[in-house]
Design a protein around this ligand. Structure first.
Ligand code: BEZ
Length: 395
């Protein structure tokens, strides 16, 4: 049967209506408020890290006049408590309930893995402003997942190179038993053993336990040349103090990834004095870019910035670069990826680029802590333009 004039008119009307609807949906993705969902720890051992990340992010958005790619920024927040068992429910509050355009989170590697899975399944843009879980920019990599911080492998690898070059031979490692601790030690071991050293014992305790006494006794009995460690936040403060109180500081040198002392020098006091760490940020870079960032941060938040604040600030910089390329559309992950892979991020830490797997390629500084000046001072470059190998990433 031939179509009647009326049915053709109805079909044409429906087509026009559908076209109008899809045009208005597309414009809703590029106009209107940009919903940014912070999933960060606001309680627990990493609480201060979450606050610093949010502060840094907000600082850059304020510099941009409160807008990214022309869209006014609206914030949503979830406290993830650094608790992997609650992570999927928590991230879905932001994705499904609040329908955010972009997720910013988190600190803890185990929580970040659940976020990456949810981001991959939903297609929501995710920028990780701390958690180093290697898989996030390795086996789980995706066009919509980026990191403004580091992989756990990176600072460990940088410190392994330094310690091997110093001629240190026998090392005991000590950390929390979860992805960040395990992968930091793995990165350390890779370069340290390549450089001729041996890890004679790997000690660990569950996250976020801080009952270090038994393990410190074991270190004393093993008598290594040095100790390499990953701890961060409140747990790092307790570890540094317990290490000194056990009398080990004067006899067995303690080295670590820089999370051991970054943001912690006030609380650690004399126990941290003289410690060597490796990290992609330091307090004494004394560049025009970093000085301006630090001054503005201190004025706004009445506290000194640390590596976490820088990573939050750079997450906002990366988001702006990505969304400027798509006229504010956060769903165009291939275009966001292309823009970021071409970019050099003008970070307070120093300029960095983004690898094919979406992880920063950056310098790692060798730092020494000064209790008197309350600074993690730059001694030199531990590893220049260090790129995570991105193992298992297929994009
Ligand atoms: C992590 O879980 O990946 C992490 C936590 C704190 C500092 C650095 C890494």
């Amino acid at each position: 049967m031939l179509p009647t004039i009326n049915s053709l008119a109805r079909w044409a009307g429906a087509t026009v209506a559908l076209t109008a609807l899809s045009a208005s949906l597309a414009s809703a993705q590029t106009t209107g408020k940009l919903k940014v969902g912070f999933m960060l720890p606001y309680t627990g051992t990493f609480a201060s890290l979450g606050t610093a990340i949010e502060n840094g992010f907000r600082q850059h958005v304020t510099e941009l006049g409160g807008k990214i790619a022309g869209r006014e920024v609206e914030y949503f927040k979830v406290d993830d408590e650094s608790e992997p068992s609650k992570a999927t429910d928590n991230v879905n509050k932001l994705i499904k309930r609040d329908q955010v355009d972009v997720l910013i989170g988190t600190v803890h590697s185990g929580v970040a893995m659940a976020m990456a899975k949810a981001a991959k399944e939903s297609g929501t843009l995710l920028i990780v402003p701390n958690a180093g879980a290697d898989a996030v920019t390795g086996a789980m990599c995706a066009s919509n997942i980026f990191r403004s911080s580091f992989s756990n492998w990176q600072p460990g690898y940088a410190m392994g190179e330094v310690m091997a070059k110093k001629g240190i031979k026998k090392v005991v490692t000590i950390t929390w038993k979860y992805a960040a601790g395990d992968e930091s030690v793995k990165g350390f071991k890779e370069s340290f053993e390549k450089g001729g050293g041996t890890v004679v014992k790997e000690l660990s305790l569950p996250f976020p336990n801080v009952e270090f006494q038994g393990l410190l006794t074991e270190i004393a009995a093993t008598k290594p040349d040095a100790v390499f460690t990953f701890f961060a936040g409140g747990g790092a403060v307790k570890f540094v103090k317990d290490y000194a109180a056990a009398g080990l500081k004067g006899t067995i040198p303690l080295y670590g990834s820089g999370f051991l002392t970054d943001g912690n020098l006030d609380a650690e006091g004399a126990a941290a004095d003289g410690l060597f760490t490796a990290l992609h940020y330091a307090d004494s870079l004394n560049t025009k870019r970093d000085n301006a960032f630090r001054l503005n941060y201190a004025k706004t938040f009445r506290m000194q910035p640390d590596v976490y604040a820088v990573q939050g600030y750079d997450a906002a910089q990366m988001l702006a670069i990505g969304l400027n390329a798509t006229k504010g559309d956060a769903t165009k992950s291939a275009d966001i990826s292309a823009a970021l892979r071409k970019a050099t991020i003008d970070s307070p830490r120093g300029p960095f680029t983004i690898s094919a797997a979406h992880n920063p390629v950056q310098d790692f500084y060798l730092r020494q802590s000064s209790a008197k000046e309350k600074e993690n001072k730059v001694i030199g470059i531990a590893s220049a333009k260090l790129a995570d190998p991105g193992r298992g990433c297929k994009m």
